[in-house]
Design a protein around this ligand. Structure first.
Ligand code: ACO
Length: 362
């Protein structure tokens, strides 16, 4: 058997399809390219459709999310010193664990509101700043940025966060989504599914890579050093963060959506052009070196590489990037949890015993 289960089909889903050979991501019948300009609220509606009775239209979803952000903000008194000393993703997970564990639409909105409110609140508390309350007149992404910085964002910044949240909202049966589905199959509530999924997401092989991408860019510092640094890292048998993927054998289409968003930010002066040029130089050097060193294994840019630049430019600290990822992916986790629960079938695979044969007790 493959210990990474790469050949196992473990669910039927109407939610998303990852075509690794063609480099395509389809979400409910739409390619990512067609969705990348939409607001996060619309993608929540797209993913939740059919999984909740009486799902409101996009305006109703926007209002539901705004109300959930308000409810989440009422809980920020729970951010104590112990939580602020933890990594942001761990602190957000601990705060999410305090939510009721139900299966209805209000719980789903509460989970989306919680990740959106707790992430900027924890970041601000860590910086010694008071959390900023949500503003009901702002859309979900704009409000997250306002809660982070204390002022309404520029349209280009709000659009960039929308692009990011939409781009990462769902992606087939990745490790965290599978975790969410396993938990949902036991009939635990949505909060349990999301908590398990956050825990799976935070590892560096899944959603924990974009922070280390920035560490790599900082270490390389100037384009001329990219090649030497990358060769030395690969000689040490390290992996280059932001490259490679279990499914994609060509470029991750999410990388293109995010690079386009970063390019738009650079054109508006929202990203330091030197930073963008460094990232492009590192991308080009890494691709050339990986192709030469691993001719049989196509390794290309994945979602995390330009995520790093985009979230840095929006003002998120790198150690909090995984929590921002969770903000978007929570929509997909919830939809998958509902889809799995509807099958009413417990997920319970088997293992092959390779330990010692039965023996008498000593
Ligand atoms: N840098 C250098 N070499 C790599 C990389 C990389 N980023 N990714 C894979 N390889 C190499 C492996 O060392 C291996 O070489 P070997 O056969 O000589 O040992 C070969 O390519 C195949 O690697 P696998 O481990 O089989 O690939 P897998 O499908 O398990 O890996 C993964 C996918 C975990 C994403 C991997 O590419 C990786 O570690 N990337 C870096 C971390 C990262 O960017 N994670 C974010 C992924 S996107 C997401 O989850 C949201």
């Amino acid at each position: 058997m493959e210990s990474g289960l790469e050949d196992v089909v473990a669910a039927e889903t109407v939610l998303s399809h990852v075509d690794g050979k063609r480099g395509e991501l389809i979400i409910r019948g739409f390619s990512l390219d067609a969705l990348a300009g939409r607001r996060f609220e619309e993608i929540v509606g797209l993913l939740f459709g059919g999984f909740f009775a009486a799902l409101p239209d996009d305006d109703g979803i926007a209002a539901g999310l705004a109300a959930a952000r308000r409810r989440a903000f009422a809980e920020i008194g729970a951010i104590d010193e112990k939580l602020t000393s933890m990594p942001t993703t761990d602190a957000v997970r601990a705060l999410v664990a305090r939510l009721a564990d139900a299966d209805d639409l209000e719980s789903a909105f509460n989970l989306l509101g919680a990740t959106a409110v707790f992430t900027p609140a924890v970041i601000r508390r860590k910086a010694g700043l008071a959390p900023e309350p949500p503003r009901p007149d702002l859309g979900h992404s704009a409000d997250v940025l306002a809660m982070l910085t204390g002022r309404p964002p520029s349209p280009v910044a709000a659009a960039a966060l929308d692009t990011y949240l939409v781009t990462v909202a769902d992606h087939g049966l990745n490790a965290s989504t599978f975790t969410a589905r396993v938990i949902a199959s036991t009939r635990a509530g949505l909060t349990s599914s999301v908590l398990g999924a956050i825990s799976a997401l935070k590892g560096p092989l899944h959603g924990g890579a974009p922070g280390p991408v920035l560490d790599m860019l900082d270490a390389i510092a100037v384009p001329a050093r990219a090649e030497g640094w990358i060769e030395a890292a690969l000689d040490r048998r390290e992996r280059l963060m932001g490259f490679g993927h279990r499914i994609y054998r060509v470029r991750d289409p999410r990388a293109d959506a995010l690079k386009a968003a970063v390019r738009r930010m650079a054109a508006e002066g929202a990203i330091d052009p030197a930073r963008f040029a460094l990232a492009e130089a590192v991308e080009a050097a890494a691709l050339a070196i990986l192709r030469r060193r691993k001719p049989d294994r196509p390794l290309d840019v994945n979602v995390e590489f330009y995520t790093a630049l985009l979230l840095e430019a929006l003002g998120f600290p790198r150690e909090a990037f995984t929590a921002v990822f969770a903000m978007g992916r929570t929509a997909g986790w919830i939809a998958h949890a509902r889809e799995q629960a509807a099958t009413q079938r417990l997920i319970r695979p088997q293992s092959v015993y390779v330990g010692p044969a039965p023996r008498a007790a000593a």
